[in-house]
Structure formats: structure tokens, C-alpha cells
Design a protein around this ligand. Structure first.
Ligand SMILES: [Zn+2]
Ligand SMILES: [Zn+2]
Length: 132
């Protein structure tokens, strides 16, 4: 009886952890430190990863609702850390983070360039190629 309960708890924990933490720690730290090599890895990952695609696209759509005239008040490292947690099942980034990512060229390239590529490919396939 007791061991069955323990098995259930272990199984439950495993389920909670499963979708998260699939981005290697090294990449995470590298991106937070603005290492180009790791930024490129992340961009490629965001374009191909099933798990990151949905949160990335909904973030992209949310971005259009943010007031972008406010200056980014936080360092890139903090905004990126919040984004990583979001991709791993954390809460949607707050407006300050969204404003930073929208106003900061570096973070915009890092997260929204892959997002735009994903949206074009997944949701507007007609826009690929020379079709007008
Ligand atoms: Zn991913
Ligand atoms: Zn930034």
C-alpha cells in the first residue's frame, strides 16, 4: 500500500519535470551572458522545438499589445532568464519583460526572429516562396 503510494508520487513528480529543462544549462547560461555561439543555438532550437513553439508564438502575439514606447528598464540577462523559465512552463512574462524584448534589438533578434520564421512556416505557408 505504502509503496504503491510512493510510486504514484514519483510518477507524478516525473510528469511535472518532463517538459521542462530541455535546454542545456550551458546554453541557458551562455545566452544570459550574451554569448553569440549559444544565442545561435537557441535561435535554431526555437525554430525546431515542438515544446518551445507554442509558448513562443503566443508570446509573439502578445507582444503586439504591449506599449513599446517605454524604455527597457531591465538588463538583457534578467529578461532572458524570465523567458527561459517561460519556455519551461513558467508564467507568461510580465509587461516589463515584454517591453524589454520588444525594445531591445538584441533580445528582439534572439527571440522574435525565430518566432516570425515559425509563424510564417506554420501558419502562413502561402507566404513562403515567390507567391504574392
Ligand atoms: Zn524547446
Ligand atoms: Zn535585451
Amino acid at each position: 500500500m505504502k509503496s504503491k503510494r510512493e510510486h504514484q508520487i514519483v510518477a507524478g513528480l516525473r510528469q511535472q519535470v518532463a517538459p521542462a529543462l530541455h535546454i542545456p544549462d550551458m546554453v541557458r547560461v551562455g545566452v544570459i551572458a550574451s554569448t553569440e555561439e549559444h544565442e545561435l543555438w537557441l535561435q535554431a532550437h526555437l525554430m525546431s522545438c515542438e515544446g518551445c513553439r507554442a509558448p513562443l508564438v503566443s508570446l509573439m502575439l502578445k507582444r503586439t499589445a504591449v506599449d513599446v514606447h517605454r524604455p527597457p528598464e531591465m538588463p538583457c540577462a534578467r529578461a532572458r532568464d524570465v523567458l527561459f523559465r517561460y519556455f519551461e512552463g513558467g508564467p507568461l512574462p510580465d509587461e516589463a519583460v515584454l517591453a524589454h524584448i520588444t525594445a531591445c534589438d538584441l533580445c528582439d533578434d534572439l527571440f522574435f526572429e525565430p518566432a516570425q520564421a515559425v509563424i510564417l512556416k506554420e501558419y502562413e505557408p502561402d507566404h513562403l516562396g515567390e507567391v504574392d
